[in-house]
Design a protein around this ligand. Structure first.
Ligand SMILES: Cc1cc2nc3c(=O)[nH]c(=O)nc-3n(C[C@H](O)[C@H](O)[C@H](O)COP(=O)(O)OP(=O)(O)OC[C@H]3O[C@@H](n4cnc5c(N)ncnc54)[C@H](O)[C@@H]3O)c2cc1C
Length: 476
């Protein structure tokens, strides 16, 4: 694969951030940041969407905010890169889910962010041999299969979320053995995946195989990059004059007492504030990357342990020209034995008027499962494309692979509920402890997504205002 060249695409938020940090350079090196007015200062750990939502709400109420971010960029699990002029690719969050009641639509509109329904064009399913699978046949079979799974589940378990045993799978295999050979073996692999990943099987079938069109059509793509949302929020909070940002500062210890909070960074700095909003992602909390003093209560630690982080990585492949069927808005590789997972392939050219011969592959894996190195994984999928399009295939021009699983400031892509956990665990994690307040997608009762992050940020700001009894009049 000598022809592969990785260029580092331009990160939308970095430049803006650099110019901003330049202004704040003196503060950046200060051990204690002094507030320029006599109002309380709230520290926010983490410059992702929840952190910025909290910052906006607090500064709107005239409260000083000091945000501490470990990376040299802001946005967290929202990260847009510009592959070339006006060709934006999301390395993190991709879709706005559901227009109804999604608070982010209004926010996006207010920042001039262009949102487009993810209405599918045609779509296709392939197996790893590159063979296209008849999706109508498959849909019929999936419906049958789903009923079988459901009836088994109801017989064996009190709820529908339990995993399927080897015995169940054997039973299913025998029931499917009269069906089309390729289809039944692909469905067999599906069953394995369900037992491995313990996903909600109904959702999986409906979404992946398009049985429930309504759901798939209620996703929206942002054409000019989700990072615009973060840039918009940053500019808003900056304009209040109440916001300070310190980046490249990883918090490793947090003291929270009756009177104040002090956060310590890996490189020996410390920052004090009247209260702290902790937006550390679930994966970071699970890895005990930050020492809390006093330690977090037992119930909270237990809730953190019960929830899991799902792993979704992106493999972005850029070619000089589209060689695939451009009528397809996306296609699915039914089951990839290497990763024991589905692969969703989004055809960006389908949604863009400008030339954008880029495929965005979403690859799912299990927590703890190794994610191969970039060269291997890129090769793997390029070979798959060669098998699907042997006659028209063109060489790869550029690629990008994410590693959210071992990013030390995320350790995963988004939270999910494994067996034995529930929304009560999210609520438990969200409970404030005096001056220590929590936010982040995993603290919301509809967790995992950007809307959850945003709403949790607003909620945490309200808690701060309530707790500290800071009843400032909102700025106009
Ligand atoms: C590949 C992928 C695809 C996704 N797809 C979608 C989608 O289609 N739709 C959707 O709605 N959502 C999606 N999500 C989820 C969505 O991105 C998140 O739910 C949301 O962005 C989380 O925001 P947050 O503020 O809770 O956390 P984050 O954005 O993770 O913010 C936390 C911040 O804390 C910082 N931090 C971590 N440790 C420290 C430390 N020790 N000291 C200081 N700072 C620290 C991090 O660097 C980060 O900036 C996806 C996520 C991924 C990764």
């Amino acid at each position: 694969m000598g022809s592969i060249k990785t260029s580092i695409p331009h990160n939308l938020v970095k430049d803006l951030l650099n110019s901003y940090l330049h202004l704040k350079q003196k503060k950046h090196h200060a051990v204690k940041v002094e507030t320029e007015n006599d109002k309380p200062r709230i520290m926010i750990i983490g410059g992702g969407l929840s952190g910025f939502a909290a910052a906006k709400e607090l500064t709107r109420h005239g409260i000083n905010v000091l945000m501490i971010e470990a990376k040299n960029r802001i946005g967290g699990r929202i990260e847009t890169v510009e592959f070339k002029d006006n060709a934006y690719v999301e390395l993190g969050a991709q879709f706005l889910h559901g227009i109804k009641d999604n608070a982010l639509f209004e926010v996006c509109a207010s920042y001039g962010i262009e949102v487009k329904p993810y209405t599918r064009g045609d779509w296709a399913i392939y197996n790893m041999n590159g063979t296209q699978i008849d999706k109508n046949k498959l849909s019929d079979l999936v419906i049958q299969y789903k009923h079988l799974l459901k009836s088994l589940s109801m017989e064996r378990h009190s709820d529908n979320t339990d995993r399927f045993t080897a015995e169940d799978l054997k039973n299913l295999d025998s029931k499917l053995s009269n069906q089309d050979d390729i289809l039944s073996s692909d469905l067999g692999t599906l069953a394995k995946m369900i037992s491995i990943k313990e996903l909600n099987e109904e959702k999986l079938f409906e979404y992946k195989l398009g049985v429930n069109k309504k759901e798939s059509e209620s996703n929206f793509l942002v054409m000019n990059g989700f990072s615009k949302l973060i840039i918009g929020l940053l500019e808003d909070v900056r304009n209040t004059g109440l916001f300070q940002l310190v980046s490249s500062a990883q918090i490793t210890k947090l003291d929270y007492t009756q009177d104040e909070v002090i956060a310590y960074t890996r490189n020996g700095e410390s920052f004090n504030a009247d209260a702290v909003i902790c937006t550390l992602p679930l994966g970071v909390l699970k890895h005990h990357e930050v020492e809390f003093n006093p330690p977090l209560p037992h119930e909270k630690v237990e809730a953190i342990n019960k929830l899991e982080t799902a792993i979704q990585n992106k493999v972005i492949l850029e070619f000089d020209e589209v060689f695939w069927n451009n009528e397809l808005s996306h296609f699915v590789v039914l089951y990839d034995p290497t990763y024991q997972a589905w692969v969703d392939v989004l055809n960006l050219q389908f949604f863009h008027q400008d030339k954008m011969p880029i495929l965005v592959l979403s690859v799912y894996s299990n927590p703890g499962q190794d994610f191969p190195d970039d060269k291997y994984i890129v090769n793997h999928f390029v070979n798959l494309l060669k098998r699907i399009y042997p006659d028209t295939f063109r060489p790869l021009k550029n690629h990008w692979v994410t590693h959210w699983n071992d990013d030390p400031f995320a350790f995963g892509s988004y939270s999910y509920h494994p067996k034995g956990s529930s929304l009560e665990d999210n609520s438990e994690i969200a409970k404030p402890i005096g001056r220590l307040i929590f936010a982040g997608e995993h603290t919301h009762r509809s967790p995992s997504n950007m809307q959850a992050a945003y709403l949790s940020g607003l909620e945490s700001a309200r808690q701060v205002i309530e707790q500290l009894n800071l009843l400032y009049t909102a700025l106009p």
